[in-house]
Every structure is written in structure tokens, then in C-alpha cells.
Design a protein around this ligand. Structure first.
Ligand SMILES: C[S@@+](CC[C@H](N)C(=O)[O-])C[C@H]1O[C@@H](n2cnc3c(N)ncnc32)[C@H](O)[C@@H]1O
Length: 326
């Protein structure tokens, strides 16, 4: 199993996983081709419906075999095959905890029907009573805290809803965008990784693409294994991982705002749907936000609300923060 640790493997996921004889994955995130005619390097994405469904079952079986008894399994899928995924998962004995909707901006515009602007994300577990769910890592600032300043609000914030509209689809101008066409946002993968795995646990992605799952796992100190049939995509994502930092160890010359602190600041703005302008105006919100940031940084840094305000101004000026929709 050592050979698979922190590796991006070139191959067919069904074959690669078929060689492993014991469950190792704490968390699986699968974002397969949707059979909608996308142009991939080494995969033809417009096959007969019945072949696609048979293939879906094959890779889901392969994933289920390597999922630990208390593991979690997320699957992203478009409208056409969402129902099939649910039926196959039931057959395999997976337990559905949420049927999430990722609602994004920049949906594809169409002339003759409504614009498609969502993806389904299934959240399954092997055992309905035994699984990792770190709610404290993903709670967001509630409306009671944000808008009504209600003293009864839970100071830890609230769990996010099952419709996720805080993560825009990546468009060409975004910093993290690679040349790969259907790349998932890192902040979305970060929520899944944080809530359904712990540090040093193992994250598997059978459809690596641009390597988002592996890059996020690496940044959050998890072990990763990702698989793709395209050598080009594998090579590109290896470079992406090399260029990204894991959580650092403090030492000489440690910058005041290292990459991972800026990244968390940006992700927290997205997740909490709090525009930075609102944070700058509302001291209570800013204090809450600063606490969340410091908690996320594993004690590698500690910032004051004023430092956070100044940094947000810099990130906003340099175009590094997303526009938040209220
Ligand atoms: C939708 S993309 C994944 C995008 C990825 N989530 C990201 O954020 O970049 C699907 C990927 O599955 C790969 N693929 C298709 N069939 C495969 C197979 N049998 N085994 C492994 N990878 C496969 C394609 O080459 C493509 O890169």
C-alpha cells in the first residue's frame, strides 16, 4: 500500500483499484465524466446510456471495495444519471447522508431552456452509525449572527445548508484555474475533506482530472491517491501539487501572511458568504471571523481583527477575493 500513498497514478481506475485487496480509503471523492460529450484527452464522453450505467456500477463497486468500514464516499454527477447513482448505491449497501446540490454562478447559457447551473453531489457512508463528521470544522456564521445580531445565536455558527451556492464555477480569470476544462473549486473540496476526514487520513479520487482533490488533501495534511487515464492530466496535476504548500512549520523568515493563511482567509469569506466590506464595518462579525481563521490555522499563526482587516483590503485590491452573493 505504501506505493499508493501521496501518488497520482496513470491508469484505468477500475483496473488500478482492482489490484488492491484491502480497504484503505477514509474518504473517496469521485467526479466522473457525465456522459455529456465533454472533450477529454483520453476518454470518449458520449457513450450509449446502458454502457455508461454499466460502467458507473463497475467503478462504484471498485471504490466501495477499497472504502474503509467507517469511510465516506462523495459522488458528483449531472442530472441525467443522478437517479442511477442513487439506485446503484442502494444496491451496494451504501447509506445516503445527504443529496447535496452545488448551485453555481456562470452556468451555461442556453437559448431554448433554462440555464443549467447545478451539479448533484451525493454523500454516502459505508456504516450509517460510524463515520467521521467534523461539524466544528465547517460551521458557518449564521444569519442570526450576521444580520440580526441575536445573542441567542450559537457562537459556533450553523451547519451549512444542503444547497451549496457559495462556490462559483471556476472561470478563466480565477487564480487557481488550470488549463483543465471542468475543474472543481478547491474551497468546495476543502469543505468535504475537512468534514469527512481527519489529518493523516487517506483521500482517494478515482477521476483525478486537474488534481483538485489531491491538491486540497495535500494542503490539509491528508494522504492522497488519485487516478486518471490521461498521462497529460497526471503530469499536470503532479506539477500542481509540487507548487502547492502543505501546512508549514514556523521558522526563520516565516512570512507574516504565508500562502496557507491567505488561502484560508479567502475560503472563509466564500464559505460564510460574508463580503469583506461587511466584515470591515461590523466589529462583532470581524471578531467571529478572526476566531474562525485562527482556529483553522492549527496555531501556526495568530492574527488580530485589525490585521485581518488590513489583509482583506490588500487581497481585495489585488483581485484575489471572489465577489460574494448575499
Ligand atoms: C470530470 S473530470 C474530473 C475533474 C476533477 N474533479 C477536477 O477538479 O479537476 C473526469 C476525469 O476522469 C478521467 N477518466 C475517465 N475515465 C477514467 C477511468 N476509467 N479511470 C480513471 N480516470 C478516468 C478523465 O480523463 C477526466 O480527467
Amino acid at each position: 500500500m505504501q506505493d499508493f500513498q501521496n501518488k497520482i497514478i496513470c491508469g484505468d481506475c477500475i483496473e488500478v483499484l482492482g489490484k488492491i485487496d484491502k480497504p484503505f480509503a477514509d474518504l473517496i471523492f469521485a467526479d466522473p465524466p457525465f456522459n455529456i460529450g465533454y472533450k477529454y484527452d483520453k476518454y470518449y464522453d458520449k457513450v450509449k446510456k446502458k454502457n455508461y450505467i454499466a460502467w458507473t456500477k463497475e467503478w462504484m463497486v471498485a471504490c466501495k471495495k477499497v472504502l474503509k468500514p467507517n469511510g465516506s464516499f462523495y459522488i458528483a454527477i449531472g442530472d441525467d444519471y443522478a437517479a442511477n447513482i442513487k439506485i446503484i448505491a442502494d444496491e451496494l449497501g451504501l447509506f445516503m447522508r445527504n443529496w447535496l446540490i452545488w448551485h453555481y454562478s456562470f452556468g451555461q447559457q442556453m437559448k431554448n431552456k433554462f440555464a443549467r447551473s447545478h451539479t448533484h453531489i451525493f454523500y454516502f457512508v459505508n456504516d450509517k452509525k460510524d463515520f467521521v463528521f467534523n461539524d466544528e470544522n465547517v460551521r458557518v456564521i449564521s444569519d442570526r449572527q450576521k444580520i440580526y445580531r441575536d445573542k441567542r445565536a450559537n457562537p459556533e455558527g450553523k451547519m451549512p445548508d444542503d444547497v451549496w451556492d457559495e462556490y462559483p464555477r471556476l472561470c478563466g480569470t480565477f487564480d487557481e484555474r488550470t488549463s483543465f476544462p471542468c475543474q472543481m473549486p478547491e474551497s468546495l473540496l476543502a469543505r468535504i475533506t475537512r468534514v469527512s476526514s481527519n489529518e493523516d487520513q487517506w483521500v482517494l479520487d478515482p477521476f483525478n482530472g486537474s488534481g483538485t482533490t489531491a491538491a486540497v488533501a495535500h494542503k490539509l495534511n491528508r494522504i492522497y491517491t488519485s487516478i486518471d487515464i490521461s498521462e497529460e492530466y497526471v503530469n499536470e496535476s503532479k506539477k500542481r501539487i509540487q507548487e502547492s504548500e502543505g501546512l508549514p512549520v514556523e521558522g526563520e523568515g516565516f512570512p507574516k501572511w504565508p500562502e496557507h493563511a491567505d488561502r484560508e482567509l479567502k475560503w472563509l469569506c466564500d464559505e460564510n458568504k460574508v463580503p469583506d466590506s461587511q466584515l470591515r464595518e461590523n466589529k462583532m462579525l470581524l471578531a467571529l471571523f478572526t476566531t474562525k481563521l485562527n482556529n483553522r490555522l492549527n496555531k501556526t499563526q495568530h492574527y488580530t481583527p485589525d490585521e485581518v482587516t488590513d489583509r482583506l483590503k490588500i487581497l481585495r485590491k489585488s483581485g484575489k477575493l471572489s465577489q460574494i452573493r448575499r
